[in-house]
Design a protein around this ligand. Sequence first.
Ligand SMILES: Cc1ncc(C[n+]2csc(CCOP(=O)(O)OP(=O)(O)O)c2C)c(N)n1
Ligand code: SF4
Length: 287
Amino acid sequence: MPTLDDYKGQTPAWCPGCGNFSILKAFKEAFVEMGIEPHQFIIVSGIGQSGKFPHYLKCNTFNGLHGRSLPVATGISLVNHEILIVAEAGDGDCYGEGGNHLINAMRRNINVKRFVHNNQIYGLTKGQASPTSMEGMITKNQPFGVLSEQFNPMAFAIALDCSFAARGYVGDHEHLKGLIKEAVNHKGFSLVDILQPCVTFNKTNTYEWYGQRVYKIESGYNPENRVEAFQKALEWGDRIPIGVIYRNSRPTLEERIPVIKEKPLVKQAIDFTVMKNAVQETLKEYY
Ligand SMILES: Cc1ncc(C[n+]2csc(CCOP(=O)(O)OP(=O)(O)O)c2C)c(N)n1
Ligand code: SF4
């Protein structure tokens, strides 16, 4: 069985009080409790305070360009869909720079677990508005307040029939841990949007602000009812629901590709002469 010490990476350089610490702790505890060894998964990330997440863990990792972790995750999955793939991102990274990739990952239903550290601000670059910043919020770059309407990740996910869409909050540790486990156990693309205060640059959405609004979704709620899920997703204001908002069991992309359906590409013997001959035939005919 893995222990928390097996997961120890570099020392985090986040600000004291940053919500990222709680995500890291919940993540490590969830994985240890599920008995997942560090070599059994890979984390891909982009750029941002959230993008540094895999540096602070012991795991396989690919830390690439801002907003581009999902194409990397897709590539990994096409080559080896038996490994657990986690894609960590900030709200800017996922919903801004990487928005297009999110659309297509949801449509294709790649079997990737997407955890978004949603602090409603661009943290690493010191506090510009992100897609999830609330309309009217004053930032250093938006002295007259944010003019764009706030992006709603949950409503967006349901509109695209995302296989699993949940919202967590770092102030409810056990609940967040449970969501991380559910997302990992779900077959298909899982989006967990995690509300996370940035104590340095977001002076609006503080622990106190969330504490007054966040509530756990009631027990009789059925996340498989898409219309009700949409209504739940639209709640944002005095009350903000956390929990699994929407879920379905669509087939994954990996299950639908005949070549990899039975066995991942990494486990298949490749006969390069077939490829070589095909290239030569094509060149002979057209070049
Ligand atoms: C294509 C591109 N645009 C902009 C940047 C500059 N940049 C680096 S980090 C960052 C903000 C990150 O914010 P977010 O994704 O919300 O993550 P956080 O730091 O808040 O965790 C920006 C704009 C970049 N590196 N690449
Ligand atoms: S700037 Fe914000 S997001 Fe970045 S480490 Fe500090 S508190 Fe966390």
